[in-house]
Design a protein around this ligand. Structure first.
Ligand code: HEC
Ligand code: HEC
Length: 83
């Protein structure tokens, strides 16, 4: 069952523009550990970096949902060998 769902999920592909519809809003915040933190994403950070061809969802896999909104709590992404 779990494997079947994962297989279906792999078919969805949200583009970076889809993410930025919400995340380009500088006012976008969430409450985490009792603190309000910004989830604003500067398009320029992604756009000009060597990762500009990298999809948001290649790191944030669990945000790659068929229909937004994605879950409130996403898995923490671990970067190995980047930067
Ligand atoms: C419909 C608006 C919307 C879209 C589209 C959207 N997000 Fe979000 N995102 C939010 C909101 C709102 C939050 C703050 C969490 C909350 O309160 O739900 C958030 C939080 C996050 C977080 C932090 C979650 C955490 O637990 O730390 C990540 C990472 C994230 N989004 C990635 C993405 C990615 C990647 C995409 C594109 C695949 C995307 N988002 C598309 C609205 C959106
Ligand atoms: C190279 C991998 C990678 C890519 C590509 C990537 N992210 Fe992230 N993102 C991370 C990591 C690592 C964190 C910090 C750890 C965590 O919270 O998961 C993070 C954190 C976040 C957060 C939490 C708030 C913050 O600033 O810490 C949001 C929102 C987010 N990313 C959205 C996006 C969106 C939208 C895109 C595409 C425009 C994107 N990410 C592309 C790796 C990536």
């Amino acid at each position: 069952m779990f494997c079947t769902l994962m297989g279906i999920n792999a078919l969805y592909s949200q583009s970076n523009e889809d993410c930025m519809m919400c995340h380009e809003d500088q006012e976008l915040t969430m409450v985490k550990g009792g603190k309000t933190i910004s989830v604003f994403v500067k398009a320029s950070i992604i756009g000009k970096s060597v990762h500009k061809d990298v999809d948001c969802t290649s790191c944030h896999e669990d945000a790659n949902v068929e229909e937004f909104p994605h879950p409130e709590r996403l898995k923490v992404v671990e970067l190995i060998g980047l930067n």
